[in-house]
Design a protein around this ligand. Structure first.
Ligand code: HQG
Length: 183
């Protein structure tokens, strides 16, 4: 399948499965799952037609493993990144490594120094365990600034951490005292 088409469908799925299922009148259950047959038929009515085979290819080849099927592939959901507040991904609390990283840009720094990292429009603050990923995330918005978060100290102080299916670290907020601001 043509790479451009795969990318277009992946963007469409991110929109529908994380933010706006209403756009094609799709229903997500409380854990974020959509019925695959319904997704295929409603997408095609909404002008984005693709087959089950293509959907499988999108899920398998996605660079960040953004989507997952259930066991018998009758349901699909996004692994993380939702803005719909009521979706519960049933993530388990786990102990994070000593440091996690967050890539951002200069224009947010004043606010981050004051309030720490906030989830903004998403359900969680997103953190990565490697600098390369954090650099990529920050670069989406301009010249990246990488913040080191003392995640193990946060965890010891009672903050919950979760890891999504695709390895992204999630937490509710990072207070500024746990961020190493490199001057
Ligand atoms: C910033 C993509 C002001 C924060 C990526 C970020 C990631 C603040 C922006 C995933 C702030 C929110 C998540 C504060 C945080 N004041 N700005 N107090 N606290 N910010 O997109 O982490 O392709 O919601 O630094 O690759 O950039 O969608 O979060 O710049 O994995 O799968 O507010 O999204 O993955 O932006 O990215 P986002 P993010 P996908």
């Amino acid at each position: 399948m043509n790479e451009k088409k795969i990318k277009r469908i992946s963007k469409f799925l991110s929109l529908i499965l994380r933010h706006n299922p209403d756009k094609i009148n799709l229903e997500l259950d409380e854990n974020g799952w959509a019925n695959v047959d319904e997704l295929l038929s409603k997408s095609s009515k909404g002008n984005t037609r693709f087959s089950m085979e293509t959907l499988e290819e999108v899920v398998e080849t996605n660079d960040k493993k953004r989507f997952a099927f259930n066991g018998d592939k009758t349901k699909i959901r996004a692994n993380q990144g939702h803005s719909i507040k009521t979706i519960d991904l049933e993530l388990e609390v786990i102990e994070p490594p000593t440091f996690l990283y967050h890539g951002t840009v200069g224009k947010f720094m004043q606010s981050i120094r004051g309030k720490g990292l906030q989830k903004m429009s998403r359900q969680h603050v997103h953190l990565s365990n490697d600098l390369e990923t954090a650099t990529k995330v920050g670069s989406r918005r301009g010249h990246p600034i990488i913040l080191s978060v003392r995640s193990k100290d946060m965890y010891d102080a009672g903050h919950a951490f979760y890891q999504s299916e695709n390895g992204v670290w999630l937490t509710d907020e990072v207070p500024p005292e746990f961020i190493d601001f490199k001057e």
